[in-house]
Design a protein around this ligand. Structure first.
Ligand SMILES: Nc1ncnc2c1ncn2[C@@H]1O[C@H](COP(=O)(O)OP(=O)(O)OP(=O)(O)O)[C@@H](O)[C@H]1O
Ligand SMILES: [Mg+2]
Length: 287
């Protein structure tokens, strides 16, 4: 079970997040990034956050601690923003919290080097969960104390939005060409050899048990939360075995060797090179 805390203060909205997550303080004196059940994307986003975040953690990838947060919307009464007020009012009860990493910065592929082994593990994992939201446009990774941390697994396991078609959706390949780590030479084969055998039915069952039952009830075609948990396990188990054969990593083209955003490259281009560094050692050229 995830730890459960109670929100004591709504601090501020995180406007860069599409779902308007907020920073809250809780009765364990922790500070969390809170994702709301009343947000437009609904509770399935939170289900995906739990199953993927907890699986990633058990595979040795860094994910901030996840908790469930009890919310009494009354804590937001003084909040001047109407959008926030409405979100809080629609989210009474159990919500999701992620430990807030103070001082972390958003991952920038031009400023932080990732070795091929770690890049491979992240790309393989994202292929497994079909994460379409770790591109250079929106990396959804933080750098904290010099390490890479994964956040935001809401836009994953798309098959859980349409269970009757889940089996065929899960068989689909994963195109990692736009992945923010594609340009770091991810060693996907090594990652698959290391991680796929660890994605067992037992591990997935343990992870699925972390999803609060109240986010799983009333799914058409499933008589219980546990039945739906088993469906989650089945899809990921099948996908883990073979997904590495279906990952595409687009070859970088000559005029666009890096997948970094154009505006960032333009901004960096006029900077003088450090003494002794020639053209061939340009970071983009290495990738
Ligand atoms: N645990 C954390 N610690 C510090 N900052 C965080 C944390 N989680 C999220 N953030 C910040 O909040 C932003 C929004 O979070 P997140 O990406 O999870 O929300 P979202 O609404 O799902 O966003 P998106 O627009 O990508 O769908 C992140 O880009 C990051 O800057
Ligand atoms: Mg995000």
């Amino acid at each position: 079970m995830l730890n459960e805390v109670t929100a004591t203060r709504y601090v501020t909205p995180l406007r860069e997040g599409g779902s308007l997550p907020g920073i809250v303080e809780a009765d364990d004196l922790g500070t969390y990034v809170m994702k709301f059940t009343g947000a437009g994307q609904g509770r399935k986003t939170l289900v995906a956050e739990v199953i993927c975040g907890e699986l990633a953690r058990r595979l040795g990838l860094r994910v901030p601690e996840l908790v469930t947060i009890q919310l009494d919307p009354v804590i937001g009464l003084g909040e001047p923003d109407q959008e926030v007020q409405e979100l809080l009012k629609a989210s009474g009860g159990l919500n999701l919290g992620m430990d807030y990493l103070p001082g972390s910065i958003g991952f920038d592929p031009l400023a932080y080097e990732v070795d091929p082994a770690e890049a491979g593990r992240v790309v393989w994992f994202d292929a497994l969960i079909n994460n379409v939201d770790r591109s250079w446009r929106n990396p959804n990774m933080l750098v904290w104390h010099g390490d890479l941390w994964l956040i935001d697994h809401g836009a994953t396991i798309i098959w859980h939005h349409n269970w009757p078609a889940a089996e065929s959706a899960a068989a689909k390949p994963y195109n990692a060409s736009d992945h923010v780590l594609a340009s770091f030479g991810p060693d996907v084969a090594a990652a698959a050899a290391e991680l796929a055998p660890r994605v067992t039915e037992e591990l997935l069952t343990e992870v699925a048990a972390e999803i609060p039952a109240e986010w799983l009830v009333d799914e058409p075609g499933f008589e219980s939360a546990d039945a739906l948990r088993r469906a989650h396990v089945g899809v990921l188990l099948a996908r883990a075995a073979t997904i590495h054969e279906r990952i595409t990593l687009g070859a970088p083209t000559e005029d666009k060797p890096s997948r970094a955003p154009g505006w960032l490259k333009e901004r960096l281009a006029p900077l003088p090179r450090p003494a002794g560094q020639d053209e061939t050692h340009d970071k983009d050229g290495d990738q």
